[in-house]
Design a protein around this ligand. Structure first.
Ligand SMILES: CC(C)(COP(=O)(O)OP(=O)(O)OC[C@H]1O[C@@H](n2cnc3c(N)ncnc32)[C@H](O)[C@@H]1OP(=O)(O)O)[C@@H](O)C(=O)NCCC(=O)NCCS
Length: 185
């Protein structure tokens, strides 16, 4: 798979050198507030994660998110498709922008739009969905901007920060993607 370029960002394969940054981010309580992680993770945990995913289906490998800074690229997080159902042509997406100084600049929405394009037009998926905690309003807004629609609500499905929160399911279908593309042309 070659590098996936957007207007301001690119998605590339994760390299061993990225793991130190990922390790820093998965231990930052502000970054992990909306993520499944609950316990501190060691550098070795992260290295083992990379080993594991490197051997997985190439279509489901995480991708590093980079933004252009002058002539250089800056690593800001990672994202990817996982749990691809080859019969139903369905997949889940995940994203973590760990560089907090880059939040709220539209990079999350742009990364998800690139992943949607990749999922529908390269991986030939028919349905792409994600799960997000209802209290993660930044994420919900970002996904709405990328075109995801609210599909359902799993009530009190996650326990975090001393209380239960609903988990929202948001999705996009291939037919909706095709309509969105036609509208922008
Ligand atoms: C969630 C995440 C991917 C979003 O990416 P991002 O680049 O920060 O988000 P975007 O800039 O695309 O969109 C954020 C939107 O939320 C809005 N927003 C931010 N905080 C908000 C708040 N407290 N209330 C309402 N809206 C808020 C922003 O104003 C922006 O909307 P706008 O463009 O209409 O003004 C990123 O912040 C992240 O990775 N966070 C940590 C890990 C995480 O939570 N991952 C998602 C797990 S499901």
């Amino acid at each position: 798979m070659s590098i996936i370029y957007g207007k301001r960002i690119r998605l590339r394969a994760v390299e061993r050198e990225d793991v130190r940054k990922f390790h820093e981010w998965v231990n930052d309580p502000e970054v992990t507030a909306g993520l499944v992680m609950r316990v501190p993770l060691s550098l070795r945990d992260e290295e083992e994660w990379l080993e594991r995913v490197s051997k997985a289906d190439p279509n489901q490998k995480p991708l590093a998110i980079e933004i252009r800074k002058g002539k250089a690229w800056k690593l800001i997080g990672n994202c990817g498709a996982f749990g691809i159902d080859v019969v139903s042509r369905s997949s889940e997406l995940g994203i973590m922008i760990g560089a907090k100084e880059e939040w709220n600049k539209g990079y999350g929405a742009e990364a998800m739009t690139l992943l949607l394009k990749h999922g529908f037009e390269t991986l030939n998926l028919n349905r792409i969905f994600l799960r997000v905690y209802s209290e993660n309003v930044r994420a919900v807004r970002s996904y709405e901007k990328a075109g995801f629609v609210l599909e359902g609500r799993m009530r009190e499905a996650v326990y975090k920060h001393g209380k239960y929160d609903d988990v929202l399911i948001m999705s996009m279908l291939r037919s909706e993607w095709d309509t969105k593309i036609k509208e922008t042309q």
